[in-house]
Write a protein that binds this ligand. Structure first.
Ligand SMILES: NC(=O)c1ccc[n+]([C@@H]2O[C@H](COP(=O)([O-])OP(=O)(O)OC[C@H]3O[C@@H](n4cnc5c(N)ncnc54)[C@H](OP(=O)(O)O)[C@@H]3O)[C@@H](O)[C@H]2O)c1
Length: 296
């Protein structure tokens, strides 16, 4: 079967390796695949569909017209090269924050606004992880009511900050448990046995960049600049799986039963909501999935 020509940029990272896992699980038709990362990982071998593929150092000459490039190597690299690649006939699907708020670039979550991908000019952005799960959860409700106001608090896993951050949480947990000194490189404070109410830098009104991403990206995806949104983003010592507590104010009353009904049919959602049996979403069960508990 003929397939696509793919280039994975940031292939050795947590997100890059997840791209490969999902492409494999979905049996995405791949004719040719290149794996790129920094010079540090050049020569590393990664398994894909039973083949060992050698990672090459990133270089703009590695791309060909018609390639689909999945970028997950930080915003700086995406800013530097995405437009040049797009004008040379490469479709860049960018996982970083570089292009999300650019009005000429669609910001797409396939379960929510897939058709926006059609007006791309060579770059398609995908949102921050905490925005993705928020909009996927709320989208089905928008078929029965409009959202006037949204207040969200996140409990974000350390994997969201990359492979080294996840490693730091594990190492600190061991060091604290054994009474050893800890080192802090990836987070503003100790993350083991702690929660940190800061993700990224502080910006306007003392909200963090992560909190503004949730606000602005959600408005862009839902195409509603008037939606009132307030976000509080907190890092917690969880390995994988972000959790969120979301309160919404709708333009008309709906029952929990109605909400459950439409959300259960929503794309990409599993509703787990049986408090009497202590059944609700748990981060440890959430890796690779999305799950929701509903309440009044
Ligand atoms: N949209 C989302 O849901 C979401 C979620 C998490 C992360 N992200 C974003 O995705 C990106 C990667 O996250 P991650 O968790 O995978 O981080 P990570 O585990 O730290 O991996 C970073 C990857 O980028 C590569 N890289 C770094 N600098 C590079 C350069 N100058 N040239 C080529 N490759 C370079 C690294 O290669 P080496 O191994 O050689 O260093 C590695 O493959 C970040 O931009 C992050 O903000 C998005």
């Amino acid at each position: 079967m003929p397939g696509e020509s793919l280039v994975i940029v940031g292939a050795t990272g947590l997100v890059g390796r997840t791209f490969l896992k999902v492409l494999d699980e979905r049996n995405f038709p791949v004719e040719r695949i290149k794996l790129l990362a920094s010079s540090k990982s050049a020569g590393t071998e990664i398994d894909f569909k039973g083949d060992k593929i050698s990672v090459a150092e990133f270089n703009i000459n590695q791309f060909q017209r018609g390639d689909i490039a999945l970028f997950s190597a930080g915003a700086q690299l995406s800013k530097e090269v995405a437009q040049t690649l797009a004008s040379n006939g490469v479709t860049v699907i960018d996982n970083s924050s570089a292009w999300r708020m650019d009005s000429s670039v669609p910001l797409v979550v396939p379960e929510v606004n897939p058709l926006d991908a059609n007006w791309n000019k060579g770059i398609i952005a995908n949102p921050n992880c905490s925005t993705i799960q928020l909009v996927v959860a709320l989208n089905p409700l928008r078929s029965i009511a409009s959202i006037n106001q949204l207040i969200v608090a996140s409990y974000q896993a350390t994997s969201g900050a990359g492979a080294s951050a996840l490693e730091e949480m594990k190492q600190q947990s061991e060091d604290v448990t054994h009474g050893r000194d800890i080192s802090i490189d990836e987070f503003p404070h100790q993350i083991a046995f702690n929660v940190i109410p800061q993700i990224d830098v502080f910006e306007d009104l003392d909200f963090t960049k992560e909190e503004w991403k949730l606000v602005n990206e959600t408005r862009k995806i839902f195409d509603d600049q008037n939606m009132l949104i307030s976000a509080t983003c907190v890092r917690v010592p969880v390995a994988y799986g972000h959790s969120e507590a979301i309160h919404i104010n709708l333009d008309k009353p709906i029952s929990v039963q109605e909400a459950k009904h439409v959300m259960s049919a929503g794309q990409g959602l599993t509703v787990i909501d049986n408090p009497n049996n202590m059944e609700y979403p748990l981060a440890i069960n959430a890796e690779g999935k999305m799950m929701y508990l509903l309440g009044e």
